[in-house]
Design a binder for this molecule. Sequence first.
Ligand SMILES: [Zn+2]
Ligand SMILES: [Zn+2]
Ligand SMILES: [Zn+2]
Ligand SMILES: [Zn+2]
Length: 316
Amino acid sequence: MTTTTEETIAEVEAAAAAVDEVCACCGKAEVDDVKLKKCNGGCDLVKYCSEECQNDHRDQHEGACKKRMAEIRDRDLFEQPYEGYMGDCPICCLPLPLDRRKTTLNDCCSQLICNGCNYANKKRESEAGLEKRCAYCREPVPTTYEEVDKRAMKRIKKNCPVAMREMGRKCYIEGDYETALEYMTKAAKLGDIAAHNYLSLMYHEGRGVEKDNEKAIHHAELAAIAGYPVARHHLGCEEWDNGNFERARKHFIIAANLGYHNSLELIKELYANGHASKEEYADALRAYQAAVEATKSAERKKGEAYYEAMDAARQS
Ligand SMILES: [Zn+2]
Ligand SMILES: [Zn+2]
Ligand SMILES: [Zn+2]
Ligand SMILES: [Zn+2]
């Protein structure tokens, strides 16, 4: 099915190249004093010699333009991202696990590191009787909550998108959705992928803002394209709810390939309902396992055991 879309895109691109040289409205060719401009609808199908020609041609071109824009959007949307949005731990260089509890975000430098590296650093410091410092930038670890907040505000003033998103997250958890929305909007504008996912959620739920499903999907798509599996999963669920099982399956496969378990589970369900083939499910399972395997190491295993024991002690 992917082939059909690809063939259509290739055909359209070839056709576009052929008409590229003349104004789609008046037929003028590009010569020294005539510069052709791309369609301002954003498509790559036609060019115009003037704004007038673009306007005159609007009614005739609108349908094709919209169709082409949807194709371009889908092509970007359904491309498997090279890696997850979190990338690698900057210390051990292995892909970061998707589970937030298996990572540590340092508020000094806004660097996310794996708990393997965090634990190794802690252990080394305590054995040598050293002062506690960030495993990444070596800043001393703050000892009071006031200090933590002061640091966060300092980074926010420096326009750090991660610090803004984390402050937004804090406000969100506390139920202050208006302030959360402000921080998330700023962080997203500065390129923070997780903030796009929060914005999607807030527009979807109508928290701190009026419900707006179109905006919810727009932010989810931006996050999904950048390799955010949760956002991708939500897009898949939305397609599923609308009965678009093929699109749902495509989303889930991409997220499962990034190591997202919930998506793998839904591919299994699609397979059980006849909306995914056995092969598709088997491939997704293999890719999922490989992605999860790539995040494992002996150091991380030690770190996870340590933090799990700490959590258990705190709860008992
Ligand atoms: Zn023209
Ligand atoms: Zn157009
Ligand atoms: Zn690491
Ligand atoms: Zn640091």
